[in-house]
Design a binder for this molecule. Sequence first.
Ligand code: ATP
Length: 563
Amino acid sequence: MAENASNAGPEPGSRVTIGITFGNSNSSIAYTTDSKAEVIADEAGDRQIPTVLSYNDGDEYYGGQAKAFLVRQPKITIAYFRDFLGQDFKSIDPTHCHAAAHPEDTSGTVSFSVKDKEEESSTLSVSEVSTRFMRRLVSAASDYLGKKVTSAVITVPTSYTEKQREALIKAANDAGLEILQLIADPVAAILAYDARPEADISDKIVVVADLGGTRSDVTVVASRGGMYTILATAHDFDFAGVHLDNALMEHFAKEFMKKHNTDPRSNPKSLAKLRLEAEATKKALSLGSNAQFSVESLADGYDFSVSINRIRYEMVGRKVFDGFNRLVEGAVKKAGLDVLDVDEVVMCGGTSHTPRIANNLRGIFPETTTIQAPATSTTAINPSELQARGAALQASLIQEYEAADIEQSTHPAVTTVKHIANAIGVVTGENGDVFLPIMPAETAVPARRTVQIPTPAEGGDVLVRVVEGGTHIKVTKPEPKPAKEASDDKEDDEDDSDFDSDEEEEEEKREKIWKIGGELAEAAIRGVKKGGKVEVTINVAADLGVTVTAREVGAKGGVRGQI
Ligand code: ATP
């Protein structure tokens, strides 16, 4: 899940580290001070720095300034290039570069031609473009911190191939940056939450919905005592932030056409203006229930200003919103789980600011699931900052180690460990038919968990049965309502209260039920004191060998057995 990479970098003691997210749409840089990660603003004050470079009269612009050039001079502006790193020309999808510098085929690799010097044009490989952009990020961070940044942890999508990882590391190294580690985007997001002092780091299933500009990635993670195991991933390029922009663009273009009989999408400059303002309107609608779309000289010299409310926007973007729901539900299914198994949904990426998406997920998951998003939780961390923060925290944790040690300890051979397939627990309940989980499925081993189990109040001999457990979903259908008589129906038409109860049709009830599986061990604890407590410890070794210890709390001895 995590991969190390480095070249001969600085001595551990002299490192200045940051965390970086390098997205197709935006990048962020963060640093850690007193165990708290903070995202750094660039010179323009942006914390989400558009991943864009632009060249004008030999000058290089990046971030928000470069993005503004997409309107006036799209061909000198390089955007949406991150996913091309480490890919052959024939395997890339250049759709989003349509209104920017076009990717070119240079002996099968991806490059861009821009006039980066006053007189001359250059053909820049995507690796060189990435290096130049990374240099700007490092320089912004160095200026902010007042010291030269030397090293970083960068987050990458879970779908990144080995070749893409290597290409990213090379691009960063060429920018003079030592890469301590690449960590998976979703893991960085969870780390940012788990690093909070009030964090609940108990065993939990977390779904990370990373909804960005050009792609959405959903990951189901088993978080077990600080170890993270990816159970399933889903990647999607059809439902992301730009698709909401597109829906709004279509809406505003039609409104404009009603008035002026000309389509602002038919010329590139108008199209670029439409796109930028649609995106700004979309962001405004995440905060307020109304927003103004306003562009000077949108097309044919006509200014255009019109307002839109959130309800309208949610209708306009409905297909895309539905797509996010399906994507998240699909990932949970792919992990072999049910929504009832999910303890937390962590929403990250810029699009996760959208209230409708968070509210829709609120509706899909049971009340017991926390939905970490600004619209559904007052304690949510800014979704646009999560991953950079997680990367900065990880960087601060490992910066004191020699590069070779980091490489060794984060090598896949070390980080790829075994997991238990089924939960392990004990049988309790008056009738001996209740499963009490002690160690959940997908726990990475070696692992150890201890619980106190209920014992008879009067004490005596206690039999501890250690078993494997699984879950199933019990569905209870609502009781069918008695059929009404024809005469009643007539009255119903005028009767409001009856109308209400008809509307509130009871939903079926879904519950997660444990079922007792194969027995692993039995232990008898003799003569437990009145009111005494029995403690059971499950220890699973790296080779999946299980040791069970059962003892009376405070008493000498106990029973220990190996399976
Ligand atoms: P990708 O790699 O998928 O292109 P990214 O990780 O580079 O994305 P992010 O910053 O996570 O980029 O997401 C960018 C998207 O988030 C854009 O579509 C942007 O319009 C959208 N976005 C940013 N802020 C908000 C907001 N407040 N409300 C709604 N959407 C937002």
